[in-house]
Design a protein around this ligand. Structure first.
Ligand code: NAX
Length: 325
């Protein structure tokens, strides 16, 4: 039997995890012959609810699920992990300012970054989903000085798959016909879903759709999709977020398709004038586990302005938590 791969999921009793855990256990990340250990982290008050999830995981009798560790201790959860899905975060409550949410969740990611730094596999791949995801990832990176910054990314893959899907629906084609879509910036409503380099069956996407659809429908639909899902479902995106988390990690493991790229929020190297170190969503390719920002794309004034707005917002978030960096 192959050595089991260690995967931690935080916020394991939450709604995203309720989809994510079962897909991981079914082998959707690492394939049908790779056993896994699932390490589930929750806060103490949620351990009771996590018990129910645990029962259901056992009830599936997954052949690949070698062992399950349940804990409220991050050190135990992160010990030797190869892949870390940091989903757990405090939800925004009524009357809570975005800045309060930022402070409270920032503390969580400072602690988790420090502990990953101490006990995780040196080649760990960490995906931060908990919001505000970009800035949480920045905090984790800064608190994990012994791990390479490119071990970490924040999730903008859901925005990316939303963008692909909207374009495919508009063109009446399968999502596989769409390539080179980009989501730039922050995982917030400021994000910039960009079709200037996108191709539909090899043809420039913007030559197939009219500009007013791009500006007035496509961009806001992708930006506000999360809000619309909450309005319709009464709860935030969960299954689609879990799917995006798996797609993101699979791209890290398997690499991106030739001629295509995906969107990931990674530490900026200064590309496109974005301040170095900010965790910013770029078009990236992945080869042999290394994430490379796609360089040299031509950006018009409209796009540059959108990129700057995102940079500004992320700088403000960074400044609000600078005591943790
Ligand atoms: P839930 O509120 O259902 O679950 C979150 C879980 O995290 C809870 O069970 C809670 O007890 C746990 N938790 C809180 N603090 C923790 C800590 N310190 N350690 C471990 N666990 C902790 O939220 P859910 O719908 O699952 O969403 C989770 C996070 O993903 C939220 O921050 C949400 O805003 C964010 N999202 C991010 C997306 C993205 O694309 N980056 C999209 C979906 C989602 O909105």
């Amino acid at each position: 039997m192959k050595t089991p791969v260690e995967i931690v999921v935080t916020g394991a009793a939450g709604q995203i995890s309720y989809s994510l855990l079962f897909r991981l256990a079914a082998g959707e990340l690492l394939g049908p012959d790779q056993p896994i250990v699932l390490r589930l982290l929750e806060i103490t008050p949620a351990l009771g609810m996590l018990d129910g999830v645990l029962m259901e995981l056992y009830d599936c009798a997954y052949p690949l699920l070698h062992k399950i560790v349940v804990t409220d201790n991050p050190r135990e959860a992160f010990s030797g992990v190869d892949y870390a899905f940091l989903v757990g975060a405090k939800p925004r409550k009524q009357g809570m300012l975005r800045s309060d949410l930022l402070q409270q969740n920032a503390e969580i990611f400072a602690v988790q970054g420090r502990i990953l730094n101490e006990v995780a596999n040196r080649k760990v791949k960490v995906l931060i989903t908990g919001n505000p995801a970009n800035t949480n990832a920045l905090i984790a990176i800064k608190n994990a000085p012994d791990l390479e910054p490119d071990c970490f990314a924040a999730m903008t893959m859901l925005d990316h798959t939303r963008a692909i899907s909207q374009l495919a629906l508009k063109c009446g084609l399968a999502t596989t016909c769409i390539k080179n879509v980009t989501v730039w910036g922050n995982h917030s409503c400021t994000q910039y879903p960009d079709l200037h380099h996108a191709k539909v069956n090899g043809i420039d996407a913007l030559s197939l759709v009219d500009n007013s659809w791009f500006l007035n429908e496509f961009i806001p639909t992708v930006q506000y999709r999360g809000t619309e899902v909450i309005k319709a479902r009464g709860q935030s995106s969960a299954a689609s977020a879990a799917n995006a988390a798996i797609v993101h990690m699979r791209k890290i493991i398997e690499g991106t398709d030739p001629g295509d790229w995906v969107s990931m929020a990674v530490a900026s190297d200064g590309s496109y004038g974005i301040a170095e170190g900010l965790v910013y969503s770029f078009p990236v390719t992945v080869k042999e586990g290394r994430v490379n920002i796609v360089k040299g794309l031509d950006l018009n004034e409209f796009s540059l302005h959108r990129l700057k707005l995102n940079e500004q917002e992320l700088k403000e978030e960074r400044d609000a938590i600078k005591h943790l960096l």
